[in-house]
Design a binder for this molecule. Sequence first.
Ligand code: CU
Length: 154
Amino acid sequence: MKNAKHLIAAAVLACSATAAMAGEVTVSEPWVRGTVAAQQATGAFMGLTAAKPMRLIGASSPVTPTVEVHEMRMDNDVRKMRQVEGIDLPAGQQVALKPGGYHIMLMGLTAPLTPGMKVPMTLTFEGADGTRETVEVDAPVRALASPAMKHGAH
Ligand SMILES: [Cu+2]
């Protein structure tokens, strides 16, 4: 029995080592809030999990040259949004980019983003040692009034 337990522990270790080598950051369920005509900005949201401490330092997309990392917070009951230099990702802990919190801001849009479309984005991460990693995502566009967003405007 004792030997079997050791074998299992070794297998688990081997698996986590492989996952780390495949990329330090895992992106889950990316999506972009749809826009209406003449609306120039919207948010992109997702879950980010890093295998070791990393930082989201930027993003880019072919749909617009202006993409920023933003934070939304309440300031004297007023919802305020500001650009941040980065979002820290602790090892092994999912950080949510979601409406009312951190998000990626797509600005200067010249055409509406509608459900059915996918927005390609390149996310850039930096490790504590300065090494950079980019992750490509295709974020589906969700309807502006989808029920999941009832808890607050962008
Ligand atoms: Cu924003």
